[in-house]
Design a protein around this ligand. Sequence first.
Ligand code: ZN
Ligand code: ZN
Length: 423
Amino acid sequence: MNGSAADEIDLYEILKIDKSASKSEIKKAYHKAALAHHPDKVPADQRDAAETKFKAASQAYEILYDDQKREMYDTHGMAAFEGGAGGPGGMGVNMEDILGGLFGMNMGGMGGMGGGRGPQRPRRSPDENQKYEVSLEDLYKGKTVRFSSTKNVICSKCTGSGAKEGVEPRECATCKGQGVRQVVQQVGPGMLTQRLVECSACEATGKVVNPKDKCKKCKGKRTTEEKKQLELYIPRGAKEGDRIVLEGEADQIPGAEQTGDIIFHLVEQPHDVFQRAGPDLQATLEITLAEALTGLNRVVMTHLDGRGISLTHPQVEGEIMRPGQVIKVPGEGMPYKKSDSKGDLYFVVDIQFPEDGFFSDPATADALRKLLPKPAEPIKTAVIDEATWEDADPEEFGRGDPRGGGAWVDEDEAAEGPQCATQ
Ligand SMILES: [Zn+2]
Ligand SMILES: [Zn+2]
């Protein structure tokens, strides 16, 4: 990887905020950026670019919102978040490396600022981080996914030397066999630091092989591709952001004693019926006006496992359901992991009023008027004006306010926490 690119990243610029921005300003800016660049909200051809920006914004938020990380960033720049010995190589996209760092790997350099251990091969090949989209149904029931993966393994013929039998690879002249080179980099105004980057001449192995002496099986590449069946087990009750680790299933790299993991980061797909908050589920209970007034006894929805959920209302004679009323069904939410218990299901009542023209005869109107409660006592004022009216869009309200903006609260302004913006 090209180490200098990471240092040029300005997290404040990514979020378009000032260096002195407060925590709430950081959060706001992140919400804005996350909404603007959410990969689900842009046309397919812009998705990759949006995803990179989305990741960058998430990463900037992760660091700047955390006081400790922000201080480290302000003092040392992105170098503070990379591994001790120049970071893993060959991944191409720096964001991915940094993001990997945030997910908990390669954090070895955090405390001591790294660099002190001297030239060495990475002891472990890099982890591979991947997103995995899961439906709410699968998170409810749990799921096992089998897939085949192609991974690089150390060549079995040359055991990773890249040379044919009987030939010893020579020491790389460029790096004198170290596999890494020292470079000087600017990390801030007037601040220079020495960093180790991987030697490209020997692909960081410290050794080179003459073309005619290369191993026939791997053609000197030191690794070969191997197909492997893997199994991804998603436990019931898993949620967005959960990590599922397949230990040691990442690519092997010559010289590394250990092999990194494949780490799946679960992404919960939006659902047509349910909204989830931790263990709880929420759904709309659509009922008719007649049901609101006289009650119901029917299957009102299909749950995530295919069961019908039946409700009886009223529970006490005479109860009426109202728009926006919330009722809770205990134990019908999402399962808790490794447990038989479940969260709760919340229904928000929505009353389907009849269509215009549902009745046209005065007799029905009269009958309804007689059945339903009467209006309150007439309001008595000295002057009465007959008003004309028209249908309106709620957005119009407050548009005439000279301070600008409508009076309605912006959805993302009201949202709490970074998750809300990414739903
Ligand atoms: Zn080989
Ligand atoms: Zn070299």
